[in-house]
Write a protein that binds this ligand. Sequence first.
Ligand SMILES: [Zn+2]
Length: 437
Amino acid sequence: MRHSDPEGLYRALGVSPAANTDEIKNAYRRLAKETHPDTGSGASDFQFHKIYNAYKILSDNAARARYDRRFTLEDAEHSWLGIHPVECSRCGKVTAQPRVLTFERIYSLLVFSFRRPVTGIFCTRCAQTVAVRASFSTSIFGWWAVPSAPFLTLRAIARNAMGGVRDEEEEQELLWRNSRAFAAQGNRKLGYALATKLTEAADPDIAEGARELVHDMETRGANPRKIRLKDPWRIKPLAAMIHLTLAAVLPVGIGGVVLQAMKTVSEPAAGTRELASPVPPVETTATIHDEFETTATAARRCWKEPENGEVLYRINPRVAPGHEIAILNNTRSAAIVKVRSAFSKRLIAAVYMYPHASAALGGIPDGYYMLQYAFGSTLTGDCLSFVETKVAWQFPGTENLRSIATGEGPRSLQYSLIAEPAATQAAEVPPLIFSQN
Ligand SMILES: [Zn+2]
């Protein structure tokens, strides 16, 4: 403990700053008798009041403790030499204006939400990084419980966007530590500037210490109008936008999917109605399957019925002028037609067709190809195959479409799909082979 007597209170009572309460009381009683104006000892009122004032402060434990903490700047700076400035708990660098921050992370599952906050002493840079990471994982894992997870998720991201939840008391202690450490290290301006922020601190000890440091510095010529700290913690609109974007990605995405799905259901497309009566073998299986459909399998379904002639897949961009394959679907069922490389069997392109409709796949580059087609109703999640591909055929032989390179120009092939292909016209392919990409 430091024993200083800046205003001479101990000296006035003739005791040492280490004196106990009794010593102070006894000293006061003795001096009071000697100096009381009524005793006619010749002591002035001033002397008596000085002693009375000293006793009033030193006999009150709280007031004495406050007085004991007063010091001269030199005393103080000397005693502060052992204090080290605060380091960021993440990057380890000294940070003049650290903050003690908590960033929220929410993880949710079904009916449970877990709050996994990240707390630390941060420099501005690290705070931003940690905040964005916390919002990112929350934006992915936070939503998935009922009923309160979405609310918790949004609140967490909003708090992160606003710079996290501050522990101001802890923060003031760190600032006070920095203020003293910088002052002792000779960086008095910084020490002074930090102290000016703490004169109204919640902790009375810090506030008083800071006021004394400020007062001492100003009596030595520190000018409060010339020494100002920049606030590195101003909320940057761009950084806040990142959090808002993270919060919006999933809901907007899901909302879009739901809207599209509702639109598709409510729009009575000509082809969609007829899909309810595809070729008999497919229909039977699909109907039974649909009645017991669970949400899990529904999620794997293609969410948007393609248009007639819509290209479902194309390995390369169209080439111009490319070859064309024109198809007429002469059946009562929707069809997918796939063009594969004749040798590697790799899928080159796929097109979706309504019943009794025609379509063309253009822009096909030179190559050797084979053609497969299948009938069905519901499409799988990748919209590339039917959930039940019971009927899949392959046109016999290989098509040589290599005339662009030789200068003969693009070719156009015509195919017709019929419900019962003659054995000479097509060969059945196993559904698995048809579905492979
Ligand atoms: Zn840092």
